[in-house]
Write a new protein. Structure first.
Length: 260
């Protein structure tokens, strides 16, 4: 086996073992300050936000943001990967302290967790193959095969169109592949993610619509940790004020951040 493959397998085995263990109860801020570790969760399969590089190391926009937040809190970031559908459950079970993984702030999710101030402003778009010319507005997906991630806001958008044939997936890479291979007519995902992937991988797809819905992306924390949320918000605000946030954003997306 190639060295990078071995490293990747080892990385995921270690993170899976850690993810299976809780970090104990109590307030997140007290726990973090005592351990000097901030346990951060995300999927780890979502470039350019969080993913494994060729050396089996976690990298991406979320990783850089997490490391900077942790540094300003005086601790080290420890990364834990989890399937998307298990992130909130894992958070509530104290398997990690915070989710920094492109989670859109919604009223439904706010019933289960608290969110920090938004750290990304983006939006959902329609994505088609390059040769497709009859899909440019949301209503155009009626009668079309539409691929989205299960349990995401993209699923909600797709299901809002009566007659759309919505197919649910666990990984973006899977429904992207089905779009390229003509098993789907259109997919819905984040404009930053898609634009990055088109550019980096020279994909035969295009962003076919304007932004369908503006998304505010926040960091999720267990309820009852207002002091911890305040500390994270302070760190994020400082990053924006001194230019660090903009520097990280431009590194990954080549443009200035979108503001509210």
């Amino acid at each position: 086996m190639k060295k990078n493959v071995v490293l990747t397998i080892i990385t995921f085995i270690v993170m899976s073992i850690v993810a299976g263990c809780g970090f104990g109860g109590g307030k997140v801020l007290d726990r973090m300050e005592k351990s000097e570790v901030l346990n951060v969760a995300f999927e780890g399969t979502y470039p350019p936000f969080n993913y494994l590089d060729d050396n089996g190391e976690l990298t991406g926009f979320d990783v850089d943001i997490s490391n900077e937040i942790a540094k300003r809190l005086g601790v080290k970031a420890n990364f834990i990967t989890s399937k998307w559908e298990g992130l909130i459950g894992g958070l509530k079970a104290d398997k990690f302290d915070i989710i920094i993984g492109q989670m859109t702030v919604t009223e439904e999710r706010k019933k289960s967790v608290d969110f920090t101030d938004p750290y990304v402003i983006t939006g959902s778009v329609l994505i088609t193959r390059e040769e497709t010319n009859d899909i440019s507005k949301l209503e155009d997906i009626k009668g079309k095969k539409v691929g989205v991630g299960g349990g995401t806001t993209f699923e909600e958008i797709a299901n809002s169109v009566e007659g759309a044939d919505v197919k649910l997936y666990k990984a973006f890479s899977d429904y992207l592949e089905d779009l390229k291979n003509e098993r789907l007519d259109v997919i819905i995902n984040d404009q930053l993610l898609v634009s990055y992937n088109i550019k980096e991988n020279n994909l035969p797809i295009k962003v076919a619509s304007d932004i369908l819905k503006v998304d505010e992306i926040g960091m999720a924390v267990n309820k009852g940790n207002e002091d911890f949320v305040e500390k994270v918000n302070e760190a994020l605000s400082e990053m924006k004020e001194d230019g660090t946030y903009k520097e990280i954003y431009k590194k990954w997306f080549g443009s200035d951040p979108v503001e509210k």
